[in-house]
Design a binder for this molecule. Structure first.
Ligand SMILES: Nc1nc2c(c(=O)[nH]1)N[C@H]1C(S)=C(S)[C@@H](COP(=O)(O)O)O[C@H]1N2
Ligand SMILES: [Mo]
Length: 374
C-alpha cells in the first residue's frame, strides 16, 4: 500500500539543525544585504530623498552590484536549506491544543517566508534577464514583498534563535562513513562562492573573464553594453535626422540647439560609471556639455529640478527627472562623446544624460528636451 512519507522515513545523517543553522546564517546574511541594498535602490529610483545625491559617484554601482550578487548567491543557499528541512513537511497536522495552535502559526509564518523568498529570488532573476511573464509592476511588487520576506526572516530567526545557538555550538556530529555534513556544507559554500564570483564579473573588471553568469558582461560598441537599442526604442530616424534639435525650456525662456550648437559649447570630460539595476556596471569616459551650463543658457539656476525627455516616445523611462543636486553637479553631462568617439547611436546619439551615482535606467538616451520643473 502506498502511504505518505513520515518525518522518520527521511535520512537525518546529513540534515538536522547542525546543517540547517549553518546554511541559515549565510542565507540570513545574503538576505540582509540584499534587502538593505534593495531598499537603497528603491530610494535612488525615487530620487527625491535628501539621502540621494551625486556622491559618492559609484555608490549605486556598488550597492546594486551587491544586491544582484547576494540575491543570486541566495539561490543555492535557499535550495540547500529547503532540502535540509523539507522532511518536516510530513510532520502531520498540529493538534488542537494551545501548543498546537502556536505550532500552526509558526508553520504559517514559515510558509510566508518560503513563498516570499522564492517569489523575490525568482522575480529578481527574471528581471535580470528582462523576461516579464507577469502583468504587475516588477518594481513595486518586488519592493512590497521585500518587506514581507524580511519580516518573516526576522520572525523566523527570533523563533529559532535558541535552536540555532545550540546547533552552532554543537559539533557537526559526523557519521562514520558515507557523505558527511561537512561535505554538504563545503559543497554549498563552493556553489555559493562560484555563483557570486561568476556574477561579480558584471561589475568587477578583473573578474570579467570568468563571468559566465553575467547576463551582460559590459562589452558592446565603444566598450559598453547596450540595454535597449535605437531600433528597439523606435528612434532610428528621429535620432539621425538633420533637423534634430535640443530644446531647453524654463518657464517663458527657451533655447533650441542643433547638434553643431551643442558641439560648440564648452565641453567637459568625466570618468563616470553606468550602473544598471540588473547588476552590470562599467566605467567610461564621457564628454559633453554640463547640464548646469545648459540651464544657464535659459537663465535657470544650476540647482533646478529638470525633466529629461527622450526622442523615444514609449516606455516608462522615456522621460526622467533629474533632481536639483544632480543638475547642480558639474559632472552631470549631456554627453555627446563616449570613450573618445562620437556617441554610438545605440548609446544615445546625438546626446544623452550621464550623471554621477545615478541608476542606469535614468541615464536617459536620445535626449531632445530639458524642461525646468522647479
Ligand atoms: N531613452 C532611453 N534611455 C535609456 C534606456 C531606454 O530604454 N530608453 N535604457 C536605460 C538603461 S536600463 C540603461 S542600463 C542605460 C544603458 O545605457 P547603454 O545602452 O548606453 O549602455 O541606458 C538607459 N537609458
Ligand atoms: Mo538598466
Amino acid at each position: 500500500m502506498m502511504r505518505l512519507p513520515r518525518v522518520e522515513d527521511f535520512d537525518t545523517s546529513l540534515r538536522g539543525p547542525e546543517t540547517t543553522s549553518r546554511v541559515g546564517v549565510w542565507l540570513g546574511l545574503a538576505f540582509g544585504i540584499c534587502f538593505a541594498t534593495g531598499v537603497w535602490s528603491h530610494l535612488q529610483y525615487a530620487g527625491s530623498s535628501a539621502l540621494v545625491g551625486p556622491n559618492p559617484v559609484s555608490l549605486y554601482r556598488v550597492t546594486q552590484g551587491l544586491h544582484v550578487i547576494t540575491g543570486l548567491a541566495a539561490i543555492p543557499l535557499l535550495l540547500v536549506k529547503l532540502w535540509s528541512v523539507y522532511p518536516l513537511l510530513f510532520q502531520g497536522l498540529p493538534r488542537p491544543t494551545r501548543q498546537g495552535i502556536v505550532d500552526a502559526l509558526e508553520r504559517l509564518s514559515i510558509a510566508v517566508l518560503v513563498a516570499s523568498a522564492i517569489f523575490q529570488l525568482l522575480t529578481g532573476l527574471l528581471n535580470i534577464v528582462q523576461w516579464y511573464p507577469w502583468s504587475f509592476s516588477f518594481r513595486s511588487t518586488h519592493y512590497a514583498l521585500a518587506w514581507v520576506a524580511i519580516g518573516a526572516v526576522v520572525l523566523h530567526v527570533a523563533i529559532k534563535l535558541p535552536i540555532v545557538r545550540d546547533a552552532l555550538t554543537r559539533p557537526l556530529a559526523e557519521p562514520d562513513s558515507g557523505l558527511s555534513r561537512r561535505t554538504v556544507l563545503r559543497a554549498t559554500t563552493g556553489a555559493t562562492a562560484a555563483v557570486a564570483a561568476l556574477t561579480a564579473g558584471q561589475s568587477v573588471g578583473w573578474l570579467r573573464q570568468i563571468s559566465v553568469f553575467a547576463v551582460r558582461d559590459g562589452s558592446g560598441p565603444q566598450g559598453l553594453a547596450i540595454n535597449r537599442t535605437a531600433r528597439a526604442a523606435g528612434v532610428l530616424d528621429t535620432a539621425t535626422a538633420d533637423d534634430f534639435r535640443l530644446e531647453i525650456v524654463a518657464g517663458d525662456s527657451s533655447r533650441t540647439l542643433s547638434l553643431v550648437d551643442l558641439q560648440a559649447l564648452p565641453q567637459r570630460t568625466h570618468q563616470l560609471p553606468l550602473a544598471c539595476v540588473e547588476g552590470w556596471s562599467r566605467s567610461a569616459e564621457w564628454t559633453g556639455v554640463a547640464v548646469r551650463d545648459l540651464l544657464d543658457l535659459v537663465g535657470a539656476p544650476a540647482d533646478s529640478t529638470v525633466r529629461v525627455v527622450s526622442l523615444q516616445t514609449r516606455g516608462a523611462f522615456s522621460q526622467t527627472t533629474l533632481p536639483a543636486s544632480f543638475s547642480a553637479d558639474a559632472r552631470t553631462l549631456l554627453a555627446l562623446r563616449l570613450n573618445g568617439e562620437t556617441l554610438n547611436l545605440d548609446h544615445g546619439f546625438p546626446c544623452r544624460i550621464i550623471a554621477p551615482n545615478r541608476p542606469g535606467v535614468m541615464q536617459t538616451k536620445w535626449v531632445t528636451r530639458l524642461e525646468v520643473l522647479a
